[in-house]
Design a protein around this ligand. Structure first.
Ligand code: RB5
Length: 164
């Protein structure tokens, strides 16, 4: 059964997941949304809403602000390659975006690095990989192991202290 944004979760333990894309990512956005809804989470659809050309930094900004303001716990962000969206999103404090086209990285990026934005390149992967990657990302939890917490603190230090 195809789910839509009308089928939002009724349980209370769901995550709020922002989803956004540019025109390059648009062909896989509906697939991403359906996987998140089927997993029982809430989707915040931040566009784009058509294949018309747009600029990926605008959608990285929308996702980053949703994370920063606590409107979303995590996000999935798509562009054509996944590179531009990832670069742009990682400019925003408190955003840890990873371009993951394999399930090991999609899971481990959360467990070790507390990745909160999964970035995908819709021109690189096909629809069959979307459920695998998005489920791996959503099911993973940051490990809280001392060495990962220590490394994450160093990442946060870099974010705070290396501006010019
Ligand atoms: C848009 O043509 C394309 O450049 C964009 O989607 C993305 O791939 C950038 O990294």
């Amino acid at each position: 059964m195809r789910l839509s944004l009308n089928d939002q979760p009724k349980n209370i333990s769901y995550l709020k997941i922002a989803v956004a894309c540019d025109h390059g990512g648009f062909p896989l956005k509906a697939e991403v949304i359906e996987v998140i809804l089927k997993a029982g989470h809430k989707v915040i659809d931040l566009g784009t809403h058509s294949p018309a050309p747009v600029d990926y930094p605008d959608f990285a900004k929308a996702v980053g602000e949703a994370i920063q303001q606590g409107r979303a716990e995590r996000a999935v962000l798509l562009c054509g390659s996944g590179v531009g969206a990832s670069v742009a999103a990682n400019k925003m404090p408190n955003v840890r975006a990873g371009l993951c086209h394999d399930t090991y990285s999609a899971r481990q990026g959360v467990e070790h690095d507390d990745m909160n934005v999964l970035t995908l390149g819709a021109r690189i992967i096909g629809p069959a990989l979307v459920p695998e990657l998005v489920q791996a990302f959503l099911e993973a939890v940051f490990s809280q192991e001392e060495r990962h917490v220590r490394r994450l603190e160093k990442v946060k230090w870099l974010e705070k202290n290396h501006r010019y």
